[in-house]
Design a protein around this ligand. Sequence first.
Ligand SMILES: Cc1cc2nc3c(=O)[nH]c(=O)nc-3n(C[C@H](O)[C@H](O)[C@H](O)COP(=O)(O)OP(=O)(O)OC[C@H]3O[C@@H](n4cnc5c(N)ncnc54)[C@H](O)[C@@H]3O)c2cc1C
Length: 515
Amino acid sequence: IIHHSGGGWSPAGLRGRGCEYVTQNFAPRTDQTGRCSTPPRDFLPISMDTACGSDPPQSKKVCVIGAGMAGLAAARELRREGHDVTVLEQSGDVGGQWLYDPRTDAADPLGVAAPVKVHSSMYASLRLISPRQSTGFTDFPFCPKSGRDDRRFPGHREVDLYLKDFCDAFGLMDAVRLNTRVLRAAMTPARRWAVRSVDLGVGECDGADEKKLDAYVDEVFDAVVVATGHYSQPRLPSIKGMETWRGRQMHSHSYRVPEPFRGEVVVVVGCGESGKDIAMEIRGVAKEVYLVAGSMEAVTPGLSKVLAKHSANLHLRLEVERLCEDGRVAFKDGGGSSSSVAADTVIYCTGYSYSFPFLETGGAVTVDDNRVGPLFEHVFPPSLAPSLSFVGVPRKIFAPRFFEIQARWVAQVLSGRRALPAEEEMRRSVEEFYRARDAAGVPRKYTHEIGRREPTVRTLLRDHATKLLIDSLIVVALIGGVRACSTWTISGRSTATSLAWRGGGTSCWGRSCAA
Ligand SMILES: Cc1cc2nc3c(=O)[nH]c(=O)nc-3n(C[C@H](O)[C@H](O)[C@H](O)COP(=O)(O)OP(=O)(O)OC[C@H]3O[C@@H](n4cnc5c(N)ncnc54)[C@H](O)[C@@H]3O)c2cc1C
């Protein structure tokens, strides 16, 4: 039994009021070899000391949009708190990104038109980037199961199966309406939420049969929790010649397997996790692969070693200067030098944009260069709180634990068990957070990258709720990981919150090399 005293994660000013939460059995059982056995079924719900609030908790009718990790975390926490929950999910199953979809937005491989039709951006070979020990829900560990993918860094299918197991264990499926896309969510004059959805029909989850868009359903809820993810809508760079280049251009959102690139010369723009994975995978079949790093900072010692090992057909370039009419791609190589290559395909692994096309807030929530705001602690828009909330906005966090804690906060605020600061105070807090990030030189587009910041005592104190969330998550992850899987080691480098675990090797990178 782990006791966290002080009700510490809440930014709602309730610290020091003797709140305490108790998680029982959050560490998985281990057999004699120290490996996890099946997840415990007899865990007790995480309970909050009812002394935190004097009034009995109120039950609200809540709509959760999206049944990925964040939406499922929200559904469970809301139910635990006694709310009446409906989860609307456009796909034919739960899992969100982890529900691998071999289809792509083939007609729009750059994903220029928003919203994209296919939700998942995962490629066939994708494996979890962090060890499974640090990836599960706090009381539902992600243990290896016999007959399934039991690797420490399992493939996407295993993560999806784990999320389905989670649904089953907590009986969430009866709250989920599949194949149901939310078209509109807007506040009513009575400060409730009018939600319009359409039943897409089985098998049409991503095809959005336009004819059926007439057959929508209107419902009213006390609150809406947005959990629609943010790894679907491509974010594209602006490169001279992109509009007219005659070769194939696509975003990693539409990459699934390397085969279509056999024998090609491919330029992979972007050196994040996907860029590195995809370049490495395509290298196996392509004639030449040029990986464009963007800056020398991205060229880590590990990356240099990989490049040296595969120098026969994997090359590093610093920046794309332009795409030329004759089909060549021109690079700036630094130090004033340049080069070019005749390429068949350019793949942009340049990240994703936050997008909430269904949400009508009259400007109360906007997306500006990937800053969703204003959001108090990345969750509540001050003027619409608590009836509108977002679970899953932060990046570079421990998922799904971070989502779980966000969701618990939302559930308890909605029930009245926790209070939010006044609107003005929340607004001030957000502005202060933005100022601190600006002062630290963090570009706006990284506003929600929790693990990106180099934390200093001062910034952490300013952003106390984030600190407390991170603290509790690290403790849970570390204790959980160590206790759950004591025979396993977490190898490779890690930073506290950047989830930069790797498979230990110095000569490889990314999920494809994870042990
Ligand atoms: C290539 C790639 C690799 C990744 N690797 C990792 C990793 O190794 N580890 C990790 O922790 N995370 C990884 N992620 C991030 C991953 O997205 C998160 O782990 C997690 O899936 C986020 O959960 P979510 O619920 O916030 O969003 P999602 O999983 O995207 O779920 C959102 C859900 O909302 C639904 N939805 C959207 N719009 C609507 C609508 N209008 N109406 C109804 N339903 C809607 C979607 O269909 C979807 O089911 C990766 C992401 C990508 C793209």
